[in-house]
Design a protein around this ligand. Structure first.
Ligand code: NAP
Length: 247
């Protein structure tokens, strides 16, 4: 049985992905950090439609919490066969002159270390050399890794650059172990992350600058993630799918 862990599955792109994977027949683990009611709502929606899901609270930046989460999944559903590294953060828009080490380290520990830790635990369970049956990983990066997010959050953009490199390196490292590792790079998607940057209406402000003249919906990103995880993408690894309206 396919078991998917979606980090940050409680809101935004993670929520849409959790719902879609459940519809596709996965048992879904909805990870969250703080927003238990949002995570419970995703789980209840899945169960209401006849699917299987549980919510697990864990800060992906915390090594012990990540290890405990994977053990909890082993016990509840069996080992993870699909990992969506999605949970990510950004802070108030600012120039580099205003960044502090605390802020940079916070962004990196969640968006980079957190992704590494979840990949590590997933690979230990999926790799043929550990007796696993293989699996698939999708890392959620950002168009910011290509664009740099000047004047807004270069720290965030740099963390996504690291996610891109993680994708390439890990894909090659585990290609012969039955594990595919791919990456989606969303552009401007309607979620609450923009409020964290201090501008909830950011997508509508910028959308006319995009070739497609509109922002994206979380469900549009979820479709790409689900495809990359599926057997339909069986010969795809180390690849990047830009979901950014042409930017
Ligand atoms: P969002 O709506 O702000 O949701 C963030 C999710 O991440 C929430 O479920 C949150 O949990 C969880 N989370 C945050 N820190 C966590 C931690 N330390 N441990 C576990 N969970 C944590 O964000 P989103 O827009 O859907 O973004 C999802 C991913 O897409 C991120 O990696 C983001 O960088 C990327 N992305 C988004 C856009 C966009 O325009 N929206 C564009 C490019 C890339 P709680 O609910 O418990 O707080």
């Amino acid at each position: 049985m396919a078991v998917a862990l979606v980090t940050g599955g409680s809101r935004g792109i993670g929520r849409a992905t959790s719902l879609l994977l459940a519809q596709s027949g996965y048992k879904v683990v909805v990870n969250y950090q703080r927003n238990k009611s949002a995570a419970d709502d995703v789980v209840n929606t899945i169960r209401g439609a006849g699917g299987e899901a549980i919510a697990i609270q864990a800060d992906i930046a915390d090594e012990l919490q990540v290890m405990a989460m994977f053990v909890e999944i082993d016990n509840a559903f069996g080992p993870v066969t699909a990992l969506v590294n999605n949970a990510g953060i950004l802070f108030q828009q600012s120039t580099i002159e205003e960044l502090t080490a605390d802020r940079i380290n916070h962004v990196m520990s969640t968006n980079v270390t957190g992704y590494f830790l979840c990949c590590r635990e997933a690979v230990k369970r999926m790799a043929h050399r550990h007796g696993g049956n293989g699996g698939a990983i999708v890392n959620v990066s950002s168009a910011a890794s290509r664009l740099g997010a000047p004047g807004e959050y270069v720290d965030y953009a740099a963390s996504k650059g690291a996610v891109d490199t993680l994708t390439t390196g890990l894909a090659l490292e585990v290609a012969a172990q039955g594990i595919r590792v791919n990456c989606v790079r969303p552009g401007l998607i309607y979620t609450e992350i923009h409020a964290s940057g201090g501008e909830p209406g950011r997508v509508d402000r910028v959308k006319d600058l995009l070739p497609m003249k509109r922002g994206g919906q979380p469900e549009e990103v979820a479709q790409a993630i689900a495809w990359l995880l599926s057997e339909k993408a069986s010969y795809v690894t180390g690849s990047f799918l830009d979901l950014a309206g042409g930017r």
